[in-house]
Design a protein around this ligand. Structure first.
Ligand code: NAD
Length: 370
């Protein structure tokens, strides 16, 4: 089989409506008289009330918390009694709560994202109990319709926009070595990475402008759809531990960890490295791991991106436990083997915010992949 192209790709059914200033009209069209449970955050409630206008909302649920604590999910399910449709307006946390409800009730979701987290494009759910984040996939949690309105992201402060956009970028990059990576999800990921690499500096330059916001929101969708198809890799496993066990904030944690996972994996994944370079530095080709790491570092420098887990609340004393938990979660498909010392080194570098260095030394046990 070596060298031959063999894959199975499933494309989930989802309607995507994209347009600045069109969310209210799109929502009215999608709800079509069904009784709605609106899942919102304290911040997004006012926006949602405006967007939902005359839509029949039977209940509002606004106790959203990051990483969906099981108690929150239970209260949201109770609030959903009598509803025919879940409308989630907000970031990944609001959409995550709607997914937890859909998982047990089968209610359909219309998602109106206000960040670049991309949860709306995946069939991945997650809940947290006792410091452990459980995740799974289920077609019931994939929103049937996503309504993207770049105007809704104009209020996202620059720092949050950058962190959230790099969370999206992590979806794209991780797709390239994901357990079900294939040419279809790679194509989506590369275009997603390209749009994010172009749009994020534009958002930093002109946060109130729609051009960068459109690129980043569209890139976030492509990257998340690609990631949903390719599956979870090393980067996401590490971030789940950091979020679930240590309560670190989702988006900046992804931003801080990504350069170090890329530096670790790229030497064993030359095709992935080449795609990252081509997407972030159009016109430049190259598959050297160092080029991919440098391309990402160049983007981070333009964005003043979050870099250090210690700034996000991880104590140095927690590194060993984090490394042990993350090591136990390493997927067998990772392009290179990960030992305890590798994991600790990677996490320590991300904790300190060190400049990532691609380790190009081939080692026994590495499994080079595309
Ligand atoms: P979030 O939804 O918690 O939002 C972060 C902060 O931004 C909050 O304070 C929120 O009120 C604020 N905010 C949101 N939109 C805003 C806007 N337009 N203007 C101003 N402020 C705004 O964070 P997130 O990063 O979007 O999502 C993180 C959660 O989503 C985590 O629980 C994560 O696990 C989950 N997630 C799941 C998937 C998946 O595929 N299942 C993918 C990505 C993220």
């Amino acid at each position: 089989m070596s060298g031959r192209l063999v894959f199975e790709h499933a494309t989930p059914a989802q309607r995507v409506l994209f347009g600045a200033g069109m969310a209210a009209a799109h929502l009215a069209e999608e709800v079509r008289g069904r009784d709605v449970l609106a899942v919102v955050t304290a911040r997004s409630a006012a926006v949602a009330r405006h967007l939902l206008g005359d839509v029949p909302v039977v209940a509002w649920f606004d106790e959203v918390a990051e990483h969906v604590p099981v108690a929150t999910a239970a209260r949201a399910r109770a609030a959903a009694v009598g509803a025919e449709l879940l409308v989630a307006v907000g970031g990944g946390s609001a959409i995550g709560v709607a997914k937890a409800v859909a998982l047990t009730t089968g209610l359909p979701i219309v998602a109106v994202p206000t960040t670049y987290a991309g949860s709306e494009a995946t069939d991945v759910w997650g809940v947290t109990e006792g410091g452990v984040k459980r995740t799974g996939t289920d077609s019931r949690v994939l929103p049937g319709t996503v309504i993207y309105d770049p105007e809704l992201t104009l209020s996202l402060p620059v720092g949050l926009s950058v962190a959230s956009g790099l969370n999206a970028l992590a979806h794209g990059v991780e797709t390239l070595w994901g357990p079900r990576a294939d040419p279809i999800n790679a194509a989506l990921a590369v275009e997603g990475i390209r749009l994010l690499g172009e749009g994020l500096p534009e958002v930093v330059r002109d946060p109130a402008g729609l051009r960068g916001r459109e690129q980043v929101l569209c890139g976030a969708h492509l990257a998340a759809a690609a990631f949903a198809s390719a599956g979870t890799g090393l980067h996401h496993r590490i971030c789940h531990v950091l979020g679930g066990r240590f309560g670190l904030p989702h988006a900046p944690t992804h931003a801080a960890v990504l350069p170090h996972v890329l530096a670790f994996n790229a030497p064993a994944a030359p095709k992935a490295a080449g795609r990252v370079v081509a997407a972030l530095r159009p016109g430049v080709t190259g598959s050297q791991a160092g080029d991919a790491v440098a391309a990402l570092a160049g983007l981070y420098a333009r964005l003043d991106a979050p870099r250090a887990l210690r700034d996000l609340g991880l104590a140095e004393d927690d590194l060993e436990e984090a490394a042990r938990l993350a090591l136990a979660a390493v997927p067998p498909s990772n392009p290179r083997g990960v030992g305890p010392a590798d994991m600790l080194r990677l996490l320590r570098a991300a904790w300190a915010g060190d400049a990532p260095q691609a380790d190009e030394t081939p080692r026994v046990g590495d499994a080079p992949q595309g």
